[in-house]
Design a protein around this ligand. Structure first.
Ligand SMILES: O=C(O)C(=O)C[C@]1(C(=O)O)C=C[C@@H](O)C=C1
Length: 422
């Protein structure tokens, strides 16, 4: 897995603060499920095309109450697409270099060609757990570091990367809310999941003793995952949030901070010349983070292996019975839920589109995210979703993808195979 130079957010969006900051406004369309849940590969593909053309045609987000362009920018010549050099066609020259270059079949392919290296965006710097997750999800990939979660989404949307691998939940620290919000705001598809055992080290500059430390910096999730152990170690240190674990190690090393330790992976310690003061400081040895793989195109759901489907929905009716009804639609069909998450959404209108393609902005108190264990190719899942659609005002399928069957135990190193067939 080759390391690439980091993709940063534009000036003004960048920060070295933790990446779990509240998001900004965005909008989402209501996509008709009728087309999306029918069986068969051809129908599935054509319904995806319908959904994406609907999204493209709508082409607007509500941002802070205003309509803003939302369609992802097309790939830019040279910067993103690997085009044939003009000089090889024309013999060179300044004029020729400025001319638009012809698209090739490979440029139109939604997935990289066989044998080419998949570019996978992750948040953090080399040595971050997300980089390791990218390598586990796509062995041999070209992992592209991004300074924020949102930049990883944009890298895929702008064709700078083919996939993004982003953390969504940890067995100790819980959900990574920022990524739930971003899943709704962006239009990428979940095409797989990967579970990564997370083993933290406390590290400092070589020669620094624990007693000299006044501060520990790391990603907020990592700090949360080590909270009890840090206290039990008797360290008199303030905890400070940083963008990512490996970035914290790099920061201590680059600034020669002898009063500050970082919590990060042993690979980060090696990469940035740090000394490990304590190994395995997570509060539970079964500490596991679940990552999702994102792509511009969905995978075709199958029934020959265990699949999971992720949805997000909202309702505008009074009372709690809607949630009860939605959950019962799965329970009656014996479909297990693996995750339920709710996110407040009062201040961000969602754009709903009716059958006549007329859009209206709607405010919902909460967005509900549900993962269930079934493939969208299964009739019981299609029926459950058709029923859910009746109870809700907004429903979107985030993805139907192969489950990572790796047991949730630390130290397990089995590799998942994604049927993200690219
Ligand atoms: O900071 C990193 O190394 C990350 O990859 C991020 C992250 C997260 O967001 O949860 C990933 C895995 C661990 O749970 C801790 C941090």
């Amino acid at each position: 897995m080759a390391a690439a130079s980091m993709i940063r957010a534009p000036v003004g969006q960048n920060s070295r603060l933790a990446g779990h900051a509240p998001g900004r406004g965005g909008g989402v369309v209501r996509c008709s499920l009728q087309g999306a849940v029918v069986g068969g590969r051809a129908e599935w593909q054509s319904s995806c095309a319908v959904l994406s053309s609907k999204v493209a045609a709508l082409g607007a987000h509500f941002v802070n109450g205003h309509v803003a362009p939302s369609a992802p920018a097309p790939p830019q010549n040279g910067a993103v697409l690997d085009l044939v050099p003009v000089s090889s066609i024309t013999g060179g020259g300044d004029v020729a270099r400025n001319l638009p270059q012809p698209l090739r079949i490979a440029d139109l392919s939604p997935a990289p060609m066989h044998g080419s290296q998949l570019r996978v965006a992750y948040q953090g710097v080399p040595g971050a757990y997300s980089e390791k997750a990218a390598g586990k999800a796509y062995p041999g990939c070209d992992a592209i570091p991004c300074d924020q979660f949102e930049v990883a989404f944009q890298a895929v949307e702008l064709w700078i990367a083919d996939r993004a691998v982003l953390p969504v939940e940890n067995s100790l620290g819980g959900s990574i809310h920022r990524n739930y919000d971003l899943l709704l705001r962006h239009r990428l598809h979940i095409v797989g999941e990967v579970q990564l055992p997370v083993h933290h080290c406390l590290m400092a500059l070589p020669g620094v003793r624990k007693e000299c430390l006044t501060r520990v910096i790391s990603h907020p999730q990592a700090l949360a995952q080590c909270e009890h152990t840090l206290t039990a170690m008797g360290l008199n240190v303030v905890r400070e949030a940083f963008d990512d674990t490996a970035g914290a190690a790099e920061y201590v090393a680059a600034n020669g901070l002898r009063d500050t330790a970082a919590i990060a992976s042993s690979r980060a310690a090696e990469l940035y010349g740090m000394e490990v003061l304590a190994d395995g400081i997570q509060d539970d040895c079964g500490n596991v983070t679940r990552f999702v793989m994102l792509a511009r195109e969905p995978v075709v759901p199958r029934t020959d292996r265990p699949f999971k489907t992720s949805i997000v929905f909202a309702h505008d009716r009074e009372g709690t019975s809607v949630l009860f009804k939605v959950l019962s639609a799965f329970a009656f069909r014996d479909i297990s839920l693996t995750k339920i998450e709710s996110r407040p959404h009062r201040h961000r209108p969602i754009r709903l589109v009716d059958d006549a393609n007329v859009g209206t902005a709607k405010h919902f108190e909460y967005m509900f995210y549900v993962d269930f264990q079934a493939s969208l190719a299964e009739p019981r899942a299609q029926n459950a979703l058709a029923e859910v659609q009746e109870y809700t005002s907004f429903l979107r399928v985030l993805g139907s993808y192969p489950m990572d069957m790796t047991p949730m135990t630390a130290g397990s190193s089995s590799t998942i195979s994604s049927s993200d067939s690219s």
